[in-house]
Design a protein around this ligand. Structure first.
Ligand SMILES: C[S@@+](CC[C@H](N)C(=O)[O-])C[C@H]1O[C@@H](n2cnc3c(N)ncnc32)[C@H](O)[C@@H]1O
Length: 330
């Protein structure tokens, strides 16, 4: 074996070790969200380990464990460590990554992270092999039911799912509202599979001439807050949907507002291919991320007018969004 091959083998081993342990990053981020990020954010200044430990305020706190977690988060570039001459300990500060992990912020992914890293979300991924070999979704293999049935019978997971989805949607709504001109949307607009109504509420708030209907399954609607100008309607979209002048279908057909570019090296191309596997594992058979040509074919098949199809793809600072605006062929 020559030197080049030897190096490649070592490199391969190192890569596989990193991939195998990559779940630790999600676990550590989840842990940071539960206290550390908000402690640093609320203080508004870089904090020492001692200070963070004091604010966690647990009589049984494992300071060594906390210190190693902080080192790990810094190493993974989730937090930054700074040094100041008058302080003999390192100080921790939020960076552009951890700023997304603050609670109660419109541009936050905290609740989304709590959903994605929830044990009930991650354990269903273990059914991937069975799902590929035997058919059915991974969640069916793990829990014996499909995702929406699982959500409907687990009130606690229902809340975590709804909060996570709403959080993700909030993080995209500024981009949607600034990319798409809703002035032309008249009368009633129904958000099909609208979750707890986050998107339609934002649209109606900015465009009060639109009469908003948020349509979703009963267990989701029962968890939805009241919004001015939005009526919640429960039902099953495969049976009937409320009549309207226009329909919004966000993060449902798919899902996730993004176009698959399997070999792309864009800033969100990796996330998109991850979501494609999540769709395969968690959603009903047929859930997938699609390339631009696949979307066009779907619209053609469903007799939507592709000549009126317009696409808004922009890296508005928050998310690489794709909106498809299509009208039914007459
Ligand atoms: C990924 S979430 C998207 C939620 C929302 N559109 C958003 O972007 O925040 C998919 C939604 O579709 C809803 N859904 C699934 N099956 C449905 C059905 N048969 N009828 C109505 N809604 C359904 C789910 O309950 C869930 O709220």
């Amino acid at each position: 074996m020559n030197k080049k091959e030897e190096d490649a083998i070592i490199q391969g081993q190192s890569m596989i070790m990193q991939h195998l342990q990559s779940f630790l990053i999600g676990v550590a981020i989840r842990c940071a969200i539960e206290k550390i990020v908000d402690i640093i954010h609320n203080r508004g200044v870089p904090l020492t380990l001692t200070h963070i430990a004091h604010e966690i305020n647990s009589p049984t706190l494992n300071l060594d464990g906390l210190s190693r977690l902080m080192r790990f988060l810094v190493r993974k570039q989730i937090l930054d460590e700074v040094h100041e001459p008058e302080c003999n300990e390192p100080l921790y500060v939020l960076n552009y990554c951890s700023k997304w992990l603050k609670h109660d912020e419109r541009n936050s992914l905290a609740a989304f992270t709590m959903w994605m890293t929830h044990p009930d979300s991650t354990s269903n991924f273990l059914g991937l092999k069975q799902s590929i070999i035997e058919g059915d979704t991974a969640i069916q293999k793990t829990y014996g039911v499909e995702l929406w049935d699982f959500v409907s019978t687990n009130p606690q997971y229902n809340r975590i799912f709804n909060e996570g989805m709403a959080c993700f949607t909030w993080s995209t709504m500024d981009a949607i509202l600034s990319s798409y001109e809703f002035h032309g949307v008249k009368g009633t607009s129904v958000d099909i599979g609208g979750g707890i109504g986050t998107a339609i509420n934002d649209i109606v708030t900015k465009y009060p001439h639109i009469k908003g209907i948020n349509f979703d399954l009963p267990h989701i609607i029962s968890d939805a807050p009241t919004y001015q100008g939005v009526t919640h309607v429960e039902g099953d979209m495969f049976k009937a949907i409320p009549p309207a002048n226009s329909y919004l279908i966000k993060s449902v057909l798919h899902n996730w507002d993004i176009i698959l570019n399997p070999r792309g090296d864009g800033v969100f191309d990796d996330a998109c291919i991850n979501f494609d596997i999540i769709m395969f594992m968690a959603c009903n058979i047929g859930g997938r991320e699609r390339t631009e040509d696949e979307w066009k074919a779907i619209l053609e098949d469903a007799q939507f007018n592709s000549s009126k199809l317009s696409r808004f793809l922009r890296t508005y600072p928050l998310w690489k969004l794709t909106m498809i605006d299509a009208s039914k062929r007459v």
